[in-house]
Design a protein around this ligand. Structure first.
Ligand SMILES: NC(=O)c1ccc[n+]([C@@H]2O[C@H](COP(=O)([O-])OP(=O)(O)OC[C@H]3O[C@@H](n4cnc5c(N)ncnc54)[C@H](O)[C@@H]3O)[C@@H](O)[C@H]2O)c1
Length: 350
């Protein structure tokens, strides 16, 4: 399912060749940044000229993971003459793989899709596991499908052009894997070209894949991957609605701080987890662009969380052995206190 570096290059060359010689269309979906920075690298990789592949480009940024851009991708596929034998290659971060996966799952009731993630977050998380979707009515991933890609192809050298802030945001998900499996927290490598990155990506991507293979439709175990995301998605949706600048990984990093605090109240992991996490968090992330005035709104957003059961808030928390447990009911007053804790501890500047 996941291929890395040379293996990935060989696979995509052969796959594009055989699809094209059988008459199937191959379309590369990019956003405005990955078209400029990643498409030329990809074309070199598969030794094809720019005009030899169809390209659909959508504007970069989370605010474009919407119905309008989804429709523009369907339109681009139609213009490219894509039939059911077409292959859509999503070359970009999680925004591109989410919306591209959704477009591929719905166009002609489903065409082939391959993800080539170009951000750390997409390499270790978003491109893996087959969840697709768009944001709708200011709710994150409100409409979507489960649609596994044929392959995820990982080339860590795309990280060379990725801004430092994006790399740190992706690292939040790497830290999440350590937290949910009770492992020591990883150290952030100092260079984007570091050899360490491929190891980190491989370990995290394989961690996710193992969990997804055991529970592809998130009936149980896969829920652990949502640690930090109940609060994280509410923070991200709030920022999106207010036009404030907050990346997905930054929202998850802050969400994990709240949810570690909740864990200490309810499921009681070792207290060191909180201090160790605060060390990592304050080194990597700036303070949130809003404060406790958002709490009412955040709580109301969490009521829409897909993990809830009826009117009960359900969380993934860290258990007494340090590993994640899921479907933990939490009362609203405690949810509010966890947000108060988050904003009270979120006073650092980096
Ligand atoms: N489906 C899932 O399981 C899943 C899991 C986690 C996150 N997500 C989704 O992923 C999205 C966030 O992903 P993201 O952080 O990758 O955001 P993103 O795709 O918006 O990429 C971040 C920015 O980096 C730019 N970029 C991408 N690759 C680059 C490169 N190599 N060099 C320079 N710039 C580059 C993009 O154009 C964009 O401006 C959110 O929509 C989130 O909901 C999905």
């Amino acid at each position: 399912m996941i291929k890395y570096a040379e293996d990935a290059a060989v696979w995509i060359q052969q796959s594009v060749e055989s699809r094209r010689s059988a008459g199937g269309a191959v379309i590369v979906l990019t956003d405005t940044n990955t078209r400029k920075l990643c498409l030329p690298v990809f074309q070199k990789l598969i030794a094809l000229q720019a005009h030899a592949l169809h390209n659909i480009t959508i504007p970069a940024g989370e605010t474009n993971k919407n119905l309008e851009q989804l429709s523009s991708i369907w339109q681009g596929l139609t213009l490219a003459g894509a039939g059911r034998d077409a292959l859509l290659i999503c070359l970009g971060g999680g925004m591109v793989t989410d919306i591209g996966g959704f477009a591929a799952s719905t166009y002609k009731r489903g065409i082939g899709v391959v993800h080539i993630p170009t951000t750390l977050l997409a390499m270790v998380d978003a491109a893996i596991g087959g969840k697709t979707g768009i944001d709708f009515e200011h709710y994150k991933n409100h409409v979507g499908t489960f649609y596994p890609p044929e392959k995820v192809l990982i080339f860590s050298n795309f990280l060379i052009t990725l801004p430092d802030r994006q790399i740190k945001a992706g690292f939040a998900e790497v830290v999440k894997y350590a937290l949910i499996s009770g492992q020591p927290l990883p150290v952030f490598p100092q260079s984007s070209q570091s050899e360490q990155w491929l190891d980190i990506i491989r370990r995290s991507a394989n961690n996710k894949m193992e969990i997804v293979e055991k529970d592809p439709k998130e009936k149980g175990l896969r829920k652990v991957l949502n640690f930090g995301h109940t609060v994280g998605h509410a923070l991200e949706s709030y920022a999106l609605a207010q036009g404030l600048d907050l990346l997905h990984g930054e929202a998850v990093a802050a969400g994990m701080l709240s949810e570690i605090w909740l864990s200490l109240q309810i499921t009681q992991p070792h207290r060191n987890i909180l201090t160790n996490y605060i060390d990592v968090y304050s080194q990597l992330f700036d303070k949130l662009p809003f404060g406790p005035e958002s709490i009412d709104d955040l709580v109301s957003r969490m009521r829409h969380d897909k993990k809830n059961s009826g009117s009960q808030y359900m969380f993934v928390l860290l258990g007494s052995d340090g590993k994640a447990v899921w479907d933990v009911p939490v009362d609203e007053p405690l949810v509010r206190q966890s947000l108060e804790f988050l904003f009270a501890s979120n006073t650092h500047t980096v």
